[in-house]
Write a protein that binds this ligand. Structure first.
Ligand code: R5P
Length: 292
């Protein structure tokens, strides 16, 4: 008898297949048809057999569409199993985890309620923006860190004494862990974001420790690229050598990738929580390990 059935949502088919292979699980594809009015119709490629079901679907753009697809798949999966685990490699809306400005909706809390209401028994996410977001899930919730997998990639690049840099204080622990595994040092920049316009600026003073060094900017995600571009421009002025970027989730909206390269970044390395040009690090192993 099989222990797990993995169902891959449209946003995460490749990662779901890899996960099924690692877990020696049955795999069910979903077919997505989007109607001209934007509504989705999802069809399972076969009927799940009696087992625990794992639904894999990232919530990247189109965010609301991928979210409703995910909830719909979980709802259908509940017809076949009482135990449905949601693997959300990239959890959208996780940055909206507080009422930063008066009147703002804490959207991740709404999403947490939806997952519970639809019947997910457990939720597994990869590098959620902050642990605060996970606290809203009133079901078993686990965050898996992709830092070790990203570090494995950077070890192969054999950079000479690179320095790890967090673009802001919120990412300090991530950069610290990255540096510990890479057996090197880290620093943290000071970033300010205007909560109304979203614009960022680096307010650190001059940094002698970056002179002549290859740097690895480590962040959980790249959205518009604003944070990485501002950090790279600042670090290049400090006369560093090359700048590499390591991030878990590369959304790279609009022409972010081109703009980041133009700012002087040598390479962007991200994971397959969001498939794309830069997603060369596979997280299926670390996710499988938490399920075995
Ligand atoms: C913010 O605190 C996050 O960790 C990222 O630095 C941020 O979301 C990246 O967004 P953007 O690429 O638009 O600057």
């Amino acid at each position: 008898m099989i222990k797990f059935t993995v169902i891959g949502g449209n946003a995460s088919q490749d990662l779901a297949k890899r996960l099924a292979k690692k877990l020696k699980a049955a795999y069910i594809r979903t077919e997505l048809k989007t109607f001209p009015d934007g509504e989705n119709k999802i069809t399972f490629s076969s009927k799940p057999k009696k087992s625990k079901i794992i639904v894999v679907q990232s919530i990247y753009p189109p965010v609301d569409s991928n979210l409703i697809q995910c909830l719909s798949i979980i709802s259908k999966a509940k017809q076949f199993s009482s135990n449905v685990i949601a693997v959300i490699p990239y959890m959208g809306y996780a940055r909206q985890d507080k009422e930063f400005l008066l009147g703002e909706v804490v959207t991740i809390q709404v999403i947490a309620k939806l997952f519970k209401a639809i019947g997910a028994t457990k939720i597994i996410v990869v590098d959620i923006h902050s642990p605060t977001g996970l606290k809203y899930f009133k079901i078993s919730a686990k965050n898996v860190s992709a830092v070790s997998e990203l570090v494995k990639y950077f070890k192969k690049l054999k950079l000479r004494k690179p320095l790890v840099v967090s673009p802001d204080s919120g990412g300090k622990n991530r950069a610290k862990e990255f540096a510990r595994l890479l057996k090197t040092n880290y620093i943290t920049l000071k970033k300010q974001r205007n909560r109304k316009t979203g614009k960022v600026r680096i307010v650190s003073s001059n940094l002698k420790e970056v002179i002549g060094k290859d740097l690895i900017l480590v962040d959980d995600m790249i959205n518009t690229g604003g944070s990485i571009i501002k950090a790279t421009e600042f670090l290049k002025k400090q006369k560093c050598q090359r700048v590499f970027v390591a991030c878990t989730h590369a959304l790279l909206v609009g022409n972010a990738e081109r703009k980041i390269k133009k700012s002087g970044v040598s390479q962007i390395v991200s994971t397959n929580t969001i498939p794309g040009n830069t997603s060369i690090v596979d997280v299926s192993n670390i996710v499988a390990n938490t399920l075995m």
